[in-house]
Design a protein around this ligand. Structure first.
Ligand code: 5GP
Ligand code: ZN
Length: 112
């Protein structure tokens, strides 16, 4: 299967690692939308939020454990935003579930 983020997990496509453990990998977004912009993904291929099931939902919890660890390591105590884009209207452009961690600027609400 041809998946950009699976290729990044395997190291076939280079990335700037921010965090990694058994379940998740986090790397710098190639087109950052904030001074700090990480992409956090489960290593297992899951296409989108719509493909979360009772069997794989623990990986979403693992992503948020990574969020907390990264926030601590990167001193993001002023705040940050975690975003999941799902599907065409949700703005998802890569078909492997991922969570954006944006920080170090004032983030507008509601988003555009
Ligand atoms: P989406 O729009 O699907 O929510 O987010 C996909 C994100 O992946 C975008 O922010 C985009 O900049 C990032 N991205 C796309 N291709 C690459 C790549 O090859 N390397 C890295 N590091 N980020 C990528
Ligand atoms: Zn994948």
């Amino acid at each position: 299967m041809d998946c950009l983020f699976c290729s990044i997990v395997k190291g076939e496509i280079p990335s700037t690692k921010i965090y990694e453990n058994e379940w998740v990998y986090a790397f710098a977004d190639i087109d950052p939308q904030a001074p700090f912009h990480a992409i956090i993904i489960p290593k297992e291929h899951i296409a989108s939020a719509s493909d979360i099931t009772a069997e794989n939902s623990f990986l979403v919890a693992k992503v948020f454990e990574a969020v907390a660890a990264i926030a601590k390591a990167e001193n993001l105590e002023e705040g940050y935003r975690v975003v999941n884009n799902c599907g065409k209207l949700g703005g998802q452009t890569v078909g492997h579930i991922h969570f954006h961690l944006l920080a170090r600027r004032n983030l507008a609400w509601p988003p555009g």
